[in-house]
Write a protein that binds this ligand. Structure first.
Ligand code: GLA
Length: 394
């Protein structure tokens, strides 16, 4: 749908004219490498997509925040004064959560009518939720700033942090900062090298020298992913608590080197907990090496780290599953595929592969056929373009 179509649709639903309508957008992301490291104070290397959540917005005179989704046909109405009442909503809870955290942080909001148009596939590990959260944060703050004559520019890192808080506190998923940060701070044709401990970051040009990023969706619904995610997170905390006794200087797993880990890992008696920590420490190291490989235009080496990352997520962190493993195995059979791995939280969702441009068509055919033959599921493919972060569309 074009912006003109969306405005027309908005007026059909909410009435009025084009006057006062504003448009905001924020993207999903693909993580190239650095999985389950963010909440351990480690490094991640995501890139914002051009798949996004777009919000058509118009302020209201009262305190109602009304929302509709173009694709789902869902309509919800809520008051900015009763935000603790909407936590159980299946759709709309992310947005009310963001409004709640914004108000708690001191932002003055006004009522509004909102129409959401989301092109990030839902629940596929491409951060559809972060896209909605950050788009909502930018929308609400922009409308409030205009209504109350606030001139301060929007702090996008703060929008990311508030969106993450909404997901932690309102939705109840203990996610890290990667997705919201990538959505808020993305830059066209760049990946983001982010240190999740202090949020220092660098935009790295994504010059893949004749290779494309291909995303493949397992199209497997993610069951129980949230509770397993929270479980992995507490296992990492348990591992750190033990290691920290012997490495008192470290403040998180992300600060522990491979050498130190190897010296002390036998102190973690529970094998599962030890495996979780080993993944995190090694993955963190791989992010640093991958960024260096990319900097040296060494796509083959970058691909090798991606493969090692997937194996570690499969064997040590145990968040892949048969669908993601099959997609990666089929991808690696294709001549011209430099590397492939799951991306996002896991338990279903998507893989990301680096594929030589001239091999992309063949890759899609062969991986699609191989995957369907082995799982009975039809995958979807997206040739991803790397886009900008959250903003108003003028
Ligand atoms: C989800 C979370 C992120 C991150 C990834 C795993 O996408 O929202 O914070 O932990 O999983 O790397």
């Amino acid at each position: 749908m074009t912006i003109a179509d969306l405005k027309k649709k908005f007026i059909e639903i909410y009435g009025g004219t084009e006057e006062g309508i504003r448009i905001f957008t924020s993207p999903g992301r693909v993580n190239l490498i650095g999985e389950h490291t963010d909440y351990n104070g480690g490094y991640v290397f995501p890139a914002a997509l051009t798949l996004s959540s777009t919000v058509i917005a118009r302020p209201r005179a009262d305190r109602m925040m009304n929302m509709i989704a173009t694709d789902l046909g869902i309509q919800v109405e809520g008051s900015l004064d009763r935000l603790d009442e909407y936590k159980a909503l299946k759709w709309g809870n992310y947005q009310y959560g963001v409004a709640d955290e914004l108000q708690k942080a001191g932002y003055r909001l006004i009522g509004c009518d909102l129409l959401y148009h989301d092109t990030v596939p839902l629940g596929a590990g491409l951060s559809s939720s972060a896209a909605i959260e950050v788009a909502t944060a930018v929308t609400l703050v922009s409308l409030g700033n205009t209504a109350f004559n606030v001139e301060r520019p929007i702090d996008m890192i703060e929008m990311a942090l508030i969106s993450q808080k909404a997901e932690n506190n309102y939705v109840g998923v203990n996610c890290g900062i990667m997705d919201q940060f990538a959505s808020a701070m993305g830059k066209k044709d760049h990946a983001i090298f982010l240190n999740c401990r202090d949020l220092s970051y660098k935009h790295v040009p994504l010059n893949l020298k004749g290779y494309s990023i291909v995303i493949a969706n397992t199209n497997k619904k993610r069951g129980l992913a949230d509770s397993k995610y929270n479980e992995r997170r507490s296992q990492c905390e348990a591992a750190f608590e033990i290691l920290n006794k012997f490495l008192p200087e470290a403040t998180c797993l992300g600060e522990i080197s491979m050498d130190d880990f190897n010296k002390h890992k036998h102190k973690i008696k529970d094998e599962t907990i030890r495996k979780r920590a080993e993944h995190v420490v090694a993955e963190d190291d791989r992010v640093l090496r991958s960024a260096e490989a990319l900097n040296n235009d060494d796509i083959a080496l970058f691909g090798k780290y991606m493969i090692a990352s997937h194996e570690s997520l499969r064997d040590l962190y145990e968040v892949t599953g048969v669908e993601l493993d099959t997609l990666v195995e089929e991808a690696l059979k294709v001549d011209g595929c430099a590397g492939s791995r799951m991306t996002g939280a896991g338990f279903g969702g998507c893989t990301v592969s680096i594929v030589r441009e001239d091999a992309v068509g063949r890759f899609i055919d062969e991986v699609g056929n191989g995957y369907t033959a082995r799982t009975g599921l039809a995958p979807s493919f997206y040739i991803s373009e790397v886009g900008d972060g959250g903003r108003e569309l003028k």
